[in-house]
Design a protein around this ligand. Structure first.
Ligand SMILES: Cc1ncc(COP(=O)(O)O)c(C=O)c1O
Length: 398
């Protein structure tokens, strides 16, 4: 049997990992500035995380949600403390799409309404409602298409005000990434997030912060949304939550009431996933990683400004993006193939940096040195190609 071929992959087989480094089967070391797609928060293969998972595995890995699972409550308490949302409620799931799917469904149950507002360039996942609220027609199957989702321009205060004035009583939820990830690292303004808060409150709609990529300390706050100084009603989380162990969740404001049978999942909140998620929070707390993400992010961002050739550097903490001009369109590939550095991208010309919160200044310097070298080499090669093209042209003309 073959694998269903949906991923354009690099021909690299990673067999070992530690911190911000990974190694392939030939022993070649790579620097991971991509955090395995924003998933690695406390560093690859963190020994405490391994130990906590192994200890739990030796006791019990899974039993269904039909019994009391005290480790779920421990996770809820720790999450409440670190996110400073102790009065919120946790519903654990398994992935980012599942978190958003449940957030949207819950908003509809809570309000009895159908309409959802999403924004241009949003990415919320690939399940039915999550993908319908994603601004990419190529991944929405005919069966996912629904008239219930409206896309408004990101950061456009006038557009959202007008939409709420006309349709406020029909809106179940507004869903937003405070920093768009897949869309290319676009930061929502504080004013825009505050306006969403106010409009949702006035019109009885649920405000959902999709923190699947931007959450868990990556931006120097527990949630990127926190920078606006206002609360969302639901926060969706996944990626950094398990440091590679598949786990997600939603945090739900106290005014949204639960009812038996309203939501459910077989695997969500299993013992092993909770142990992994607790290990992550314990390390984030012990090693002060939220503050470190802020400092290292500022360090990286400041120094990127000195790199000639890249443009429009943006982001917060360790969620950073920049544009590359056409002459450097293969920069990501050059970093990987010539310098053994993984970075992320957003089509058509954005490089995304999403390293582990444990990245060191030395590793950042290593990345910056390689970035400068890669750009210089590409420019020299481009110049050589242009000269040889001109010489060739002159010869033909002659
Ligand atoms: C903001 C955001 N929401 C949701 C998702 C979907 O998460 P998952 O792939 O775990 O379903 C992603 C994944 O990239 C994401 O970046």
């Amino acid at each position: 049997m073959r694998l269903f071929d949906v991923y354009p992959i690099n021909d690299i087989n990673i067999v070992r990992a530690n911190g911000s480094h990974v190694w392939d089967e030939k022993g070649v070391q790579y620097l991971d500035m991509y955090g395995g797609h924003a998933v690695i928060s406390i560093g690859h293969s963190h020994p405490y995380w391994i130990q906590r998972i192994e200890d739990q595995l030796g006791k019990i890995a899974f039993y269904s949600n039909s019994i009391r699972i005290p480790i779920q409550q421990q996770l809820a308490e720790k999450l409440g403390k670190l996110s400073e949302k102790e009065d919120y409620q946790l519903f654990p799931v398994n992935s980012g799409a599942e978190a958003n799917e449940n957030a949207l469904k819950l908003a509809s149950f809570h309000t009895g309404r159908e309409k959802i507002v999403s924004f241009t360039k949003a990415f919320h996942g690939r399940t039915s409602l999550a993908v319908a609220a994603t601004d990419n027609k190529n991944i929405v199957a005919p069966v996912n298409e629904t008239g219930n989702i409206v896309f408004l321009p990101f950061n456009d205060e006038e557009a959202i005000k007008i939409f709420f004035e006309k349709n406020g009583s029909e809106i179940a939820a507004v869903i937003i990434e405070a920093i768009q990830g897949v869309g290319g690292i676009n930061v929502a303004t504080k004013g825009f997030l505050q306006l969403l808060r106010q409009l949702c409150k006035t019109h009885g709609a649920v405000l959902i912060a999709d923190e699947v990529q931007s959450g868990y300390g990556r931006t120097g706050k527990f949630f990127a949304f926190d920078a606006a100084g206002v609360h969302a009603d639901i926060y969706a989380m996944a990626k950094g939550m398990g440091n590679g162990f598949p786990v997600g969740g939603i945090l739900i404001a106290p005014h949204i009431k639960s009812k038996h049978g309203m939501l459910g999942t077989t695997f969500g909140g299993n013992h092993l996933a909770c142990a992994a998620a607790l290990a992550v929070l314990e390390i984030i707390e012990k090693d002060d990683l939220i503050d470190k993400a802020k400092q290292r992010g500022e360090y990286l961002m400041d120094r990127l400004k000195d790199v000639d050739g890249i443009q429009n550097i943006r982001g917060v903490g360790l969620m950073i993006g920049f544009d590359v001009p056409d002459e450097l369109k293969d920069l990501k590939k050059a970093l990987l193939e010539r310098h053994q550095i993984f970075t992320g991208e957003a089509k058509p010309n954005v490089i995304r940096l999403l390293p582990a919160l444990t990245i060191t200044e030395e590793q950042i310097d290593e990345f910056l040195g390689a970035l400068k070298k890669a750009i210089a080499a590409m420019r020299t090669e481009n110049a050589a190609t242009n000269t040889s093209n001109i010489t060739h042209h002159i010869k033909i003309q002659g």
